[in-house]
Structures are given as C-alpha cells and as structure tokens.
Ligand binder design. Structure first.
Ligand SMILES: CC(C)(COP(=O)(O)OP(=O)(O)OC[C@H]1O[C@@H](n2cnc3c(N)ncnc32)[C@H](O)[C@@H]1OP(=O)(O)O)[C@@H](O)C(=O)NCCC(=O)NCCS
Length: 322
C-alpha cells in the first residue's frame, strides 16, 4: 500500500469512496453494514469522541483499505476503538496491517494506551479473517459476545406485566420529565451488563447527550422505538430500544436494561414484547431483528430465546496495549 490518507467525512466524494471500500469488505450474512448516512454521522467529531477515518491506496492511487479510530472524550479516555476493512480481492498483502499501524500511531499520539476492536464470525466457525488478523497483531480476547437474530414476521409470546408496573412508549424525543432518569439508564449499561476485564467504564450520559443522540437519529433517518417500565412509585425501572434504519430490511434490538432492584419480575421480556407490538407499522417489510449480548449474559439470552431469537454469530471484544 503506497499511502494512507485521512479523509474529511464531510466531503461527499471522499466519504463515498471510503464507504464503498467498507461496504465491499463487509458482506457477512449476519451483520448488515452501516448505511452511508449512519457511518458519516457516526464518524463526525462531536463533544463525546474524536474520530479519524482513513483510506489506504495502492501505487496507482486505487483504494484498497479503509478504517477508523474512535476516541471517547467524556469517558473511557484511555481507549481507542479501531476497525480495519480490506475488500476480499486485496487481502493478505499487508494492507490491513499498514492501515492498523497508522491508526494505532494516531491513537498513541492522542494519548490512548489501549486499542479495542470487535471482529465477528459465523456461529459455526472458529473464527474468520478479522479474528485471525486481530490475534496476529497482539489483540487478546477480553469477552465473547453472541449475535442472535429473530426472523420476521415473528409470533411472540403473550405480554405479561408484573403487578405494580406500567409500560410507556415513545419514538423521537424522550419526554422532558423523564430525560434525566432516562440518561441514567443509558449510562448504567456497561457496568450493569456482563463485561470483560479491559476496564471499560460506563459511558457519560446526561440529558444533553440524550438530546444529541436523538438529533443524530433524525440526521441519519433512523427511528428508535423506546419502551420504558415504571415502578409503582413512578421511577423508571427499565427500558428497551428497537432501532429501525432508514432503509433496508434490518432491525436492531439496541440497549435493554432493568435496574437491579426490579429484576426477577419478567420486565426484560415484557419490555421487548411491548417494543415489538408498538413497532407493528415499522416492522412491515423487515426481515430480521439482530441483537448482541455477552455470551455469559444468561438472563438476557433466556429472554431472547423465549422471543424466538437464534444465534447466528460471535463477536470478540479484543484489546491490546498501544
Ligand atoms: C481483517 C482484514 C482487515 C485483514 O486485511 P488484510 O489486508 O488481508 O491483512 P494483512 O494482509 O495485513 O494480514 C496480516 C496478518 O493477519 C493474519 N490474517 C489475515 N487474514 C487472515 C486469514 N484469512 N486467515 C488467517 N490469518 C489471517 C495473518 O497472520 C496475516 O499475515 P500473513 O498474511 O503474513 O500470514 C480483512 O480480512 C477484512 O477486511 N475483513 C473483514 C472486516 C474485518 O473483520 N475487520 C477486522 C476488524 S479489526
């Protein structure tokens, strides 16, 4: 690879070329790539992370690799989240290695000391190029996640809500009176779900970030169906989110969290069934719902299996010192 260029994601032609390399390198049946509008917003610097997108070229100037590095600014400030993509016809010529070296050098120059990457492979496989590439470059598996998918249309179990709880739903903006509590639920995810030994901290979430996230969803054309459970006293006991990309047939089961003191009452299952019911119009024409959980998260996985989700893939949370 002759050179690696940092790209300006706001430049439409540079971004389209970058996204095309990413798209041609993806194509795994269990994981639809991010749409161009989603990836562009996702790789635009904001108050919460510095982001770098790069493209690698051969001697003739043709693009042969792409990658990115995301460096959180308000939490997890020692981490750099990196991903590298090389289209199949350009693999095993060292392009991925050179791009990774460049991203790690950038991360180091920003003071980052730990790189984090998430290769994924089919459930029946031991791994694939991404896993072997990461391991060849000194990344070590921190925790294994399982990817599950629910084929649509799906027949769901009946909704049963434990006494004392009520469910509320919204799309778009979280009601003002709930936004602080809702930010708290968003913040707790890393520490409340099983995680590895890498030392990932809870993300910084406050009302301002909830509003920024909602504005980003509008910018990329995604619809988020949110369901919350309220306890008898009125406080939020938990929530779930179903994400509908602006285009395509994929739906993502995003965060789900029930506060510790409200666990054991079937709220996880009730929240997810309600989210599917509330999304009936959005689910039309969609092919599947995809979800990711730590492979050790047996409570959430039991809920997903009751809903009819079946495992399709693994993702490894890999880390290495830089
Ligand atoms: C992973 C990926 C980026 C590798 O790109 P690449 O340009 O082929 O990587 P390199 O040629 O620099 O490979 C470096 C080393 O990684 C290992 N490696 C890469 N692909 C491998 C494979 N399919 N099987 C076994 N080892 C592999 C080898 O040790 C290789 O060295 P070698 O060719 O001298 O044996 C590319 O396969 C890809 O885009 N995959 C899909 C996206 C993805 O999984 N990205 C990983 C997220 S970080």
């Amino acid at each position: 690879m002759a050179r690696v260029d940092e790209i300006d994601v706001a430049d439409p032609s540079a971004f389209d070329e970058f996204h095309d390399v990413y798209l041609r390198s993806s194509g795994r049946p269990f994981d639809a790539p991010w749409l161009p509008a989603e990836k562009r917003v996702n790789l635009t610097d904001d108050a919460y992370a510095a982001k770098v997108a790069v493209i690698g070229r051969d001697d003739a100037g043709a693009p042969v690799a792409a990658g990115w590095c995301v460096m959180p600014l308000s939490d997890n400030t020692r981490f750099a989240f990196v991903e590298v993509f090389v289209p199949p016809e350009h693999r095993r010529r060292g392009h991925g290695t050179r791009l990774l070296d460049r991203l790690l050098a950038m991360a180091r120059s920003h003071g980052r000391t730990t790189a984090f990457s998430m290769p994924a492979w089919a459930v029946e496989a031991e791994g694939d190029a991404g896993r072997w590439f990461a391991e060849a470059h000194g990344f070590e598996l921190d925790i294994l996640d399982a990817v599950r998918e629910l084929a649509l249309p799906a027949t769901l179990p009946p909704l049963r809500l434990a006494p004392g709880y009520t469910l509320g739903t919204w799309r778009g903006a979280c009601p003002d009176e709930l936004v602080d509590e809702y930010a708290e639920l968003r913040r707790m995810l890393t520490s409340e779900a099983p995680s590895g030994e890498a030392g990932l901290e809870d993300e910084h979430w406050d009302a301002e970030r909830v509003r920024k996230d909602e504005a980003d969803l509008v910018r990329v054309g995604r619809t988020m169906q949110v369901v919350v459970a309220r306890a008898a006293g009125g406080g939020l006991a938990g929530h779930t989110q179903l994400a509908f990309a602006g285009d395509g047939v994929d739906v993502y089961q995003w965060d789900t969290l029930v506060r510790r003191e409200h666990r054991g009452h079937g709220l996880g299952l009730a929240l997810k069934i309600r989210a599917m019911q509330a999304s009936a119009d959005l689910l039309e024409g969609r092919r599947r719902v995809t979800t990711f959980n730590a492979a050790s998260n047996r409570h959430m996985i039991a809920v997903n299996e009751k809903l009819g989700f079946r495992q399709t893939a693994w993702t490894g949370e890999y880390v290495r010192a830089i």
